[in-house]
Structure formats: C-alpha cells, structure tokens
Design a protein around this ligand. Structure first.
Ligand code: FPP
Length: 248
C-alpha cells in the first residue's frame, strides 16, 4: 500500500470550541450493575447516548466525533459480553443507518477489521459507502482498535513501501507516519473525554492525542448528557493550548 495523500484542511471552528472530540465511553457495566441488570443492559443504554451526543455536535461546533466502542483488549471479556457487543454494533448500524445518512453524518470505522465477523465488516463498509457524501459531522467508531496495534499495522505498511521502493527512509518523519494510521484523513483530537472517573487513556489514539486536552469526568457513560458534553466543550474553549510553545 502506498502512503495516503495529505488530509485536506477543513474550515477552522469559529466558536473556539473543540473541532474534534474523542470519547472513551466508560462505565456501562457499573451503570448496569448498580441497577441489578446484566452488563449488556448498560451497553445498550450506552449506545442510545451515542445518538444524543452525536445530535448535539453541530450546536457545540464539533465537526468530528470519535468514539471508542471496542478495544483490542476487550476480547478478554466473557464470550457472552463480546458476542453481545458485536450484536449491538450490528443492531446500531441497522437501526441508525437511515438517520445517520439523512442527518448528514459521515461514518468511518477505525481499528483492525481482520478479527471481526465478515458480516459485521460488510455492514461497516456499506455504512461508510452510504454516508461518503455527508459532511455535517464526521463520526468515527473505533472497533477492535488499539493505539499500539494501529501504530504496529501502520509501521508494517510503511516498511513494505520502503522495501518496495515507494518510500525513501529519509522521508519518514512526523508528517509521513500518520498518513499510514487508520485516522490518516482526520485531524488530531482537540479534546479527549473519558467518563466514569477513571483517569487513563487505555491505548486510545496514542499518536493522535499527543497534544490533546483531557477531561476525566465521574459520570458513567449511560448518564452522560448533551448538556455535560456542551459544558466540557465550553470549558475547552477557555483553555490555553500552547503545543509546547510559550504564551503569545
Ligand atoms: C466500557 O464500559 C464500554 C465498552 C467497552 C463498550 C462501549 C460501547 C458502547 C457505549 C455501546 C455501543 C456503541 C455503539 C457505537 C453502538 P465498561 O463495560 O468497561 O464499563 P465498566 O468499567 O463500568 O465495567
């Protein structure tokens, strides 16, 4: 595979809020357990939250929303939870496809598709193709995604290009490498939110979030509202991002 062309720079956000928000949607299991229900009940409630947050993106000035739905480590969960989550992803695509298409949402998936059920992959490909013309919000869903795995896969492709003479070793730099990542077409996230009170990044967008702002909130994902999302976006607008430089 050859390197992808450079991503096109899109219109800057005039509100001062984050243009790209990435979310680690944590706490579904605890939310369900608190209610004496199985963990999958929490995941279903979590999937409904995705719709609310996505719909609130235009008002918050958010053009890119990236959500962590299933990590490369999540395969360690019980077979029934994994199967239930995979079924939920299929259901989400089936039930939401029309609304996503009609609301101008462009959907992309990141992560390694090789281990996923071919039927699910087919549905993911179809949804990407169906929403390719859309541009109001860019929704990226990470399934079987891990930041380290992504960098390893990217490195493999890059090494192949070097071996085949399509890329010169001296051309490899901070601009070249991200063109091999799953996110090559996306801007880096401005803000990464993690719900449920855990303060770690769990292998999410490792390269891309080098200069992102972080918000760790106690709310469990199924309780996370559009209002809280907007508050976090507004708080971001007040932050002073220096990217390693000094205040101008
Ligand atoms: C983490 O909570 C959540 C997940 C591993 C799954 C995330 C999936 C969804 C929010 C729903 C499906 C999404 C789409 C796009 C349809 P956890 O289970 O680790 O919670 P816990 O830490 O309380 O156990």
């Amino acid at each position: 595979m050859t390197a992808q062309p450079k991503p096109i720079t899109t219109t800057p956000d005039i509100s001062g809020g984050p243009r790209h928000v990435a979310i680690i949607m944590d706490g579904n299991g605890r939310w369900a357990t608190q209610r004496g229900r199985p963990r999958l009940f929490g995941h279903h409630a979590g999937a409904r939250r995705v719709r609310d947050i996505l719909e609130s993106c235009p008002a918050a000035g958010v053009k890119y929303l990236t959500i962590f739905a299933f990590s490369t480590e999540n395969w360690k969960r019980t077979q029934s939870e994994v199967a239930g989550l995979m079924k939920l992803f299929r259901k989400y695509i089936l039930t939401e496809a029309d609304a996503l298409k009609n609301n101008g949402v462009r959907v992309r998936f990141i992560g390694d598709r090789v281990r996923l059920d071919p039927k699910l992959v087919e549905m993911m490909d179809a949804l990407e193709a169906r929403t390719i013309e859309n541009d109001s919000v860019n929704l990226t869903i990470a399934i079987n995604y891990g930041g380290r795995d992504e960098v390893a896969r990217a490195t493999k492709r890059l090494a192949r290009d070097v071996a085949d003479g399509r890329l010169n070793v001296d051309e490899i730099d901070e601009e070249t490498l991200p063109r091999y990542l799953d996110t090559w077409v996306l801007p880096d996230p401005d803000l990464v939110i993690r719900t449920s009170g855990e303060a770690r990044i769990s292998n999410f967008l490792l390269w891309q979030s080098a200069y992102s702002e972080y918000e760790f909130v106690n709310t469990l994902w199924p309780d996370f509202t559009a209002e809280e999302f907007h508050q976090l976006c507004a708080a971001y607008a007040k932050r002073d991002r220096r990217f390693g430089g000094v205040k101008g």
